[in-house]
Design a protein around this ligand. Sequence first.
Ligand SMILES: [Fe+2]
Length: 199
Amino acid sequence: MGISGVKFDYETSVVSQKQFNAHIKLYDGYVENFNKIERDKNSLTAEELGGANTTYSAARNVGTSETFALDAVILHELYFENLGDSECKRSEKVDEILSKNFGGVSEFSAKFKAAGLAARGWVVLAYSFRAESCNIFAQDAHDAGVVHESRPLLVLDMYEHAYFLDYATDKGAYIDNFLLGVNWAKVAERAAKLQSLLG
Ligand SMILES: [Fe+2]
């Protein structure tokens, strides 16, 4: 049981290699911790299971830590995968999605940037199966603000550890550079998988 981490060994124009490498180290820690939590969860004793409560208990510790760690792993993988450079171009399909849901590419960018400035953790462009539309969701933590029954297309890490070495407190410049360096081919690939699910 357990999960293996993904190796990310490319360069991006969004952040420096030093910043990227430091971030990957954090991601590796989430993978390691998730596996440790899984082991601990599977070895809870009958006494610990019986003593579960919402204030302080072993069952609570593994339960809340598990969602935090796994959401952290998934969100980081989605984020690292959609980091590209300024050479990356949007496909017609991606433009169509942005136009249909946000009124155009520049309108989407303005809304995505605002969500980034407002979020403490993540910004996720995702298709909501319930709302039947693409939305920009702001999350305050890995496990806070996650919208179930949704499919992420583009993910931005807004934790300071993602950009501070390069941008210090200039979040706006980080988001602008992110939007100029999105790996749109990856977004298009996710959109194609979504389309196959929608039928
Ligand atoms: Fe991060």
